[in-house]
Structure formats: structure tokens, C-alpha cells
Design a protein around this ligand. Structure first.
Ligand SMILES: *Cc1c(COP(=O)(O)O)cnc(C)c1O
Length: 342
């Protein structure tokens, strides 16, 4: 089925996700708050290596890698990165090797953080692991990926690098242009959509796709990585880069960029009380698991919106996945939960 959004139909894409993902009401949370109708889109159930938003993003990276004849994927991320775990699965499905660079983005992490969760899964996929000592040096992390790539090229391999820093075409965001089309097809109108804003690929792609299709629904990005002042120019930039990739006018206006960083403290990969409440309440009301780094914060921001809303409104939360990280955060979460096991 053609999308007819700029050049989207002509770009290389390798289908990895099981879509459309379900969109449903959360009846118990809706009753709990007694305000707006609260809906969720289940992009945690995209089906690649336990799912998440990166399945949609990787379709365009892996498509490009295949088009270039690559035999190895190289990617960087936090130690508990979901992107690297899903990239490992995607690479293996395409018969490729996988190299993962782990950045130390989060201070004072436990031993289990460096052993369980996403990292355990990446090792099941047989990933070759590299480490990078910093977490706030995107250009440096990308340069280190190039060093790995050069070493592999010298051995005759054909690596494809998935870059992190801003200067590179955000192919992954195209996965969320596709998701915007899917959401419009699902036919339910919303007063607001709430989504995690990390690298911004998901936020920018979704916003771009909706506006390109003439849909004016406000999209509120919940900051999980950096504050709103730092994130806003990145989203604007990403939208322009998407327009360049799709060879079309950028339909996103500066006033379309909505960001909230109330839930960010104490920083990337660290939880606060509102996040713990969001994780436990969503589990205990809806049976739905959130993650400690992204969707817990985003749901906390969604709850804040729910509390301010009216019964006539419909709010949508995009669940971007990330649950494997729960196991890497056992030392942070465990002591806060009900009852003690032994
Ligand atoms: C990566 C990630 C995000 C953030 O997505 P971006 O496209 O980087 O902004 C949100 N949720 C989860 C679970 C993720 O893994």
C-alpha cells in the first residue's frame, strides 16, 4: 500500500515490525482519574526481540544497509539501550554480524545494570561488545564507531554504521512517519498525543507524518534525555532532515513543537517518584508494563495531562517499549515494591 508521503515509498525498507500495532482504551486508568478517555498505542508489541519503537526505526536502517550490501551492523547506545538489543536481532535476521558500543550514560549504576536486561539479550544474539567511557559525547561516540568500522573494513568486511549524532540523516524517524499514517488509518481522533522524546526520531517522525497527512493533533514530547530548551532545536532540525530525506516541504511549524521536561529529573536513566507511581499504577490497573528510562517517565507526563483534562477529551499514550531494562534496574526498583520476596 503506497503512503504517498514525499519519497517515502521509494526508500529502501526492510520490514521487521508486526504492524499495525493495537490501539485501545485503558478502561481502569480512565476510571481511576475520572477525566479524559485514556488510550494507548502498543508499539511495545512490534514483535522484534520483545518489541519497541526501534523495530519501526530499524526497518529503514536495515533497508539501507541491505541496499549497500553490508554484512555487519555497528551501533552505539547506553548500556541498557533498547535500540542496540533490537538492532542485534534485526542484524541476525538479515544474516549480518552485530557490533554494539556501550556508553556509560548513567552515573552510579549497579552491577546488575551491567549484566542483565537488554545487555543479556544482546549477548544471546552473539553481539560483539565495545565500551565507550562517556555518555554525553555523541560526536565522539560516532567517531569511535568509525574506528570499529575501519578495523572491520581492513579485514574485508562491509560494515554499516547506525550513527547517533545530529549530522546524520535520521532514517529511523521515517518509521514514525509510517506510524503516523497507520495511526490516521486507525480512525480514532485524539485531542493530544503524548510520546517519549529521546533522540527525537520517534517524536519528530510522528509529528512530521501527521502534519504531512494534514492531521493537526497536538503531539507532546516528554523529555527523557535532555531538557526542553535543548530538545526543541533538535526536533526542529530532525523535522527538516526528514523533509530533506523525503524530498518535500517541511509541514511542521515551530509552534507544533511541544515539549515538557517536568519528569526528567534527576536525569537520563534515573527514576523519580512520579515514574515509580506510573510504572506501578499502570501495571496494577491495566496489566501493562512500562520501562524505567523512557515509558515510565512518559506515562508520568501522561498522568499529569490526564489530571488536567476534561471527560470530553481523548488522550493517546504511545507505548514505545523498553521493558527488558526493568531487569537491569532491579537494584533501583526492587526495594520500592510491595512486600519482600525472601
Ligand atoms: C529509544 C526509546 C525511546 C525514545 O525514542 P527516540 O526515537 O530516541 O526519541 C522511547 N522509548 C523507548 C522504550 C526507547 O527504547
Amino acid at each position: 500500500m503506497p503512503y504517498n508521503i514525499g519519497a517515502l515509498d521509494s526508500l529502501p525498507r526492510s520490514v521487521l515490525s508486526q504492524t499495525p500495532t493495537a490501539l485501545h482504551k485503558m478502561p481502569n486508568l480512565t476510571a481511576h482519574f475520572g477525566t479524559a478517555n485514556l488510550f494507548i498505542k502498543r508499539d511495545d508489541c512490534t514483535g522484534l526481540a520483545l518489541g519497541g519503537n526501534k523495530a519501526r526505526q530499524l526497518e529503514f536502517y536495515l533497508g539501507q544497509a541491505e541496499a549497500e550490501g553490508a554484512d555487519t551492523i555497528i551501533i552505539t547506545g547506553a548500556v541498557q539501550s533498547n535500540f542496540t538489543r533490537m538492532a542485534a536481532a534485526a542484524a541476525r535476521m538479515k544474516g549480518m554480524d552485530i557490533h554494539i558500543q556501550l556508553e556509560e550514560r548513567v552515573a552510579n549504576t549497579s552491577e546488575i545494570y551491567h549484566r542483565s536486561g537488554n545487555l543479556l539479550l544482546s549477548r544471546i544474539y552473539g553481539a560483539t561488545l565495545h565500551t565507550y567511557p562517556y555518555g554525553e559525547d555523541e560526536a565522539g561516540a560516532d567517531n569511535a564507531l568509525e574506528d570499529i568500522a575501519n578495523t572491520l573494513r581492513a579485514k574485508g568486511q562491509r560494515p554499516y554504521v547506525i550513527h547517533l549524532s545530529q549530522g546524520h540523516a535520521p532514517l529511523g524517524a521515517l518509521g514514525y512517519v509510517v506510524a503516523a499514517h497507520e495511526l490516521c488509518q486507525q480512525g480514532q481522533p485524539f485531542d493530544e498525543i503524548i510520546v517519549a522524546s529521546g533522540s527525537g526520531a520517534t517524536h519528530a517522525g510522528l509529528l512530521f507524518g501527521l502534519r504531512a497527512l494534514g492531521n493537526r493533533t497536538p503531539v507532546r514530547g516528554i523529555c527523557v534525555r535532555r531538557d526542553a530548551a535543548a530538545q526543541a532545536p533538535r526536533i526542529i532540525d530532525r523535522c527538516q532532515q526528514i523533509a530533506n530525506l523525503l524530498k518535500m516541504e517541511n509541514p511542521v511549524k515551530p509552534e507544533d513543537i511541544s515539549l515538557n521536561d517536568d519528569m526528567l529529573p534527576p536525569g537520563y536513566g534515573k527514576m523519580n517518584e512520579a515514574v515509580i507511581e506510573a510504572i506501578t499504577l499502570t501495571a496494577q490497573k491495566e496489566g501493562i508494563l512500562l520501562d524505567p528510562v523512557y515509558t515510565g517517565k512518559t506515562m508520568a507526563g501522561f498522568f499529569a495531562r490526564a489530571r488536567q483534562s476534561k471527560p470530553s477529551q481523548n488522550l493517546l499514550f504511545i507505548h514505545t517499549g523498553g521493558q527488558p531494562a526493568l531487569f537491569g534496574y532491579e537494584d533501583d526498583l526492587g526495594p520500592l515494591l510491595s512486600d519482600t520476596p525472601f
